[in-house]
Structure formats: structure tokens, C-alpha cells
Design a protein around this ligand. Structure first.
Ligand code: SAM
Length: 332
């Protein structure tokens, strides 16, 4: 992909651009982004947008007879004839997919800036290698701990009984087929290496430190376990993240007026969080319907009075190339 000289940073700031992020990331100016925060596709075949490999194993995406009529997990890959060689290549192909855009992301990040990536426990390690291969360094892996988790393990006894093997079934009483309840999700935290010391970098680039005072948990210093409940109410995206969790990570690592990038915006949670905190945002979303949902969400979800005042006060950070530009989003 080659940069498009007609695309300026201004044309991307404070809106969500419909399209494949790999067509737009090369257009972002060097060292213009202060934080990348994204819930990236997981490479576990969660939905059509999550299929990032060439495997055409017929058990994928609800094609197995065992998946028909099922609401939950109907699209997940389920081997019916064992794992074939193509199944085993899925993680490598996911890593290659990550690598193509981590290469594009690296130049756009300010030195010392953070990158938070939500991922799947099964595949995140591949994304981490892609990030490292592109020049980022891994700082930590945070755990987002939820208050509850769906647990879908099936009773082995019942499954065996359905085959008419009653004597055999008793032997498996109490056993299940599945995983332990997935109560936490990993968040990989990277940074772009900086020259000199972290202090020099903070003074020069205004990123690299963490704002503990803004992120105390019950008055105490935060840990790397983030406890945030999933939001109640209608979900706009199957992997929608809690707004408060996203706001927390933005407050931790950025100052007002800085630019937050989410190349995989989904229903727009990162944009909403950034806007509400007086930060600017750049976002991409390849699915037209999600992009519309996200833009609509930005239009219809108002700012709290405090944040509106904060927005009036602040301008884009002095370290961005749109230095003197007033806020690009209208006050609501
Ligand atoms: C895990 S979801 C993000 C959901 C988000 N956290 C939210 O709160 O709504 C990832 C999103 O990335 C989008 N996507 C996948 N590939 C993309 C690409 N190449 N460029 C831009 N968006 C892409 C998918 O359509 C999907 O909506």
C-alpha cells in the first residue's frame, strides 16, 4: 500500500472512516498518534469479519451439521474429522495478517506512545510477535476481569447417551467437553521505543508516563488486573467493550488534546470514549453497517457537561501537526 498524498490527518481526525485500515494507515503522518487502542479481530472465526485465513475446512462458520440451528458459537470452527493441516496453519496466517498492519502502524506512532490491543487468549501471542517484529516492545499483558462469563461446556455424559451408549455414559458423569469459564480477557500493552531516557521522551513527546492520580482504584494505585463489568442493555457489536474500561486506558496514557487511534472501531466505543475525555480520535471500520452504527452512536450520544467544558478549553496537543486547529467536532 502506498500513501495517498491527498489524505491529510485532518481528514481523518474526529471521524470514523469506512474502509479497510490497511488502505488508510499509510496515509497517517509519521509520529502523529499518541495512543493506539484497539479491540482487534481475534482470528478465532467469531464472525465473518474474524475469518483471517484461507482454511476452507467445512466445519467453519456454521457449515457443520452439528452447528445448525445453534445460536451461540454456531460460527466457530469445529473440526468434525480432526484438525487438518490447514486448521493448524490458522495461527500463522493470523500472525501474517497482523504483521501487515503493525508495519503500517509503527511509523504513525509517536515515540514512547502506548498501544493497547485486546485479543483472544488463544491467538494474542501471534499478534504480540507481529508487533515485536514491527519494532514495538511489549510492556505488559493486562487482564480485563469481567463480573461473569458465559460457560458453554457440554455434559459428556449426555453426549455419550445421545449415541445410545448408556453404560458408557455413566462412566463420564460429571465430565464436560469445553473450557473453563472465560472470566478474563488479555490486553497486550506495547510501546514504541524512544531515544534517550523516558524522562527526555516525556518532555519531548508528552507520552510514555502513566497518570496514576486519574486512575486510582478505590483510592489505591491500580494493578494490572482491570475489573470492569460488561455493560447492561442492547449490544451494538458482538464484541463491544465497556465504555468505562476504554476510558480508563485512555486516561492512563494520554493527555487532553492528544490523538487516539483505533483501526478496528466496531461500534465506535474508542471514539466515544476519546471524545468524551477531550481527546481526538482517528478510526477505521471495514464493515459498512458497523461503521454506520458507530457514526450514529457518536451523533446521538451526548457529552456530559464537564467534558463539554473540557473540550471547549482544550486544543489539539502541541505535538501534533494540526497544532493550531480548533476542535474539529461540533459541540453537542
Ligand atoms: C473486535 S471488533 C471491535 C468491536 C469494538 N471493540 C466495539 O466496542 O464495538 C473488530 C472490528 O474490526 C473490523 N475489521 C476487521 N478487519 C478490518 C480491517 N481490515 N479494517 C478495518 N476494520 C476491520 C470488524 O468489522 C469488526 O467490527
Amino acid at each position: 500500500m502506498f500513501p495517498n498524498p491527498h489524505k491529510t490527518l485532518e481528514s481523518y481526525v474526529d471521524t470514523i472512516t469506512y474502509g479497510d485500515c490497511t488502505e488508510h494507515l499509510p496515509n497517517l503522518p509519521r509520529e502523529s498518534i499518541h495512543l493506539c487502542l484497539s479491540d482487534i479481530p481475534y482470528g478465532i472465526n467469531l464472525a465473518d469479519w474474524d475469518v483471517l485465513h484461507n482454511n476452507t475446512n467445512s466445519a467453519l462458520l456454521g457449515q457443520s451439521p452439528a452447528q445448525r440451528g445453534k445460536s451461540g458459537f454456531k460460527r466457530r470452527g469445529k473440526p468434525i474429522n480432526g484438525w487438518n493441516a490447514a486448521d493448524r496453519k490458522i495461527p500463522q496466517e493470523y500472525q501474517a495478517w497482523c504483521h501487515q498492519w503493525t508495519e503500517m502502524l509503527f511509523p504513525a506512532m509517536v515515540e514512547g506512545a502506548s498501544v493497547f490491543i485486546f485479543g483472544a487468549r488463544r491467538t494474542l501471542h501471534r499478534a504480540i510477535v507481529a508487533f515485536e517484529d514491527s519494532g514495538f516492545l511489549l510492556r505488559d499483558i493486562l487482564a480485563w476481569e469481567k463480573s461473569n462469563a458465559h460457560h458453554r461446556a457440554q455434559s459428556l455424559e449426555n453426549l455419550v447417551r445421545k449415541r445410545g451408549l448408556n453404560a458408557e455414559a455413566e462412566k463420564w458423569a460429571g465430565w464436560k467437553v469445553g473450557n473453563l469459564a472465560p472470566i478474563w480477557e488479555p490486553v497486550a500493552w506495547f510501546f514504541k521505543p524512544y531515544r534517550h531516557t523516558i524522562l527526555d521522551n516525556v518532555l519531548e513527546n508528552e507520552v510514555g508516563a502513566i497518570n496514576i492520580a486519574e486512575c486510582l482504584v478505590e483510592g489505591r494505585s491500580p494493578t494490572n488486573v482491570l475489573r470492569f463489568d460488561s455493560e447492561a442493555g442492547e449490544r451494538l457489536h458482538e464484541t463491544q467493550k465497556p465504555l468505562d474500561l476504554i476510558k480508563y486506558l485512555i486516561r492512563l496514557t494520554t493527555r487532553e488534546g492528544q490523538i487516539v487511534l483505533d483501526p478496528f472501531m466496531g461500534s465506535g466505543t474508542t471514539a466515544l470514549a476519546a471524545r468524551d475525555l477531550g481527546r481526538h480520535f482517528v478510526g477505521f471500520e471495514a464493515n459498512e453497517q458497523f461503521c454506520q452504527i458507530a457514526l450514529e452512536r457518536l451523533k446521538t450520544t451526548g457529552l456530559s457537561t464537564n467534558n463539554r467544558q473540557a473540550q471547549r478549553r482544550q486544543r489539539v496537543s502541541k505535538k501534533t501537526i494540526i497544532d493550531e486547529t480548533p476542535l474539529l467536532f461540533p459541540e453537542t
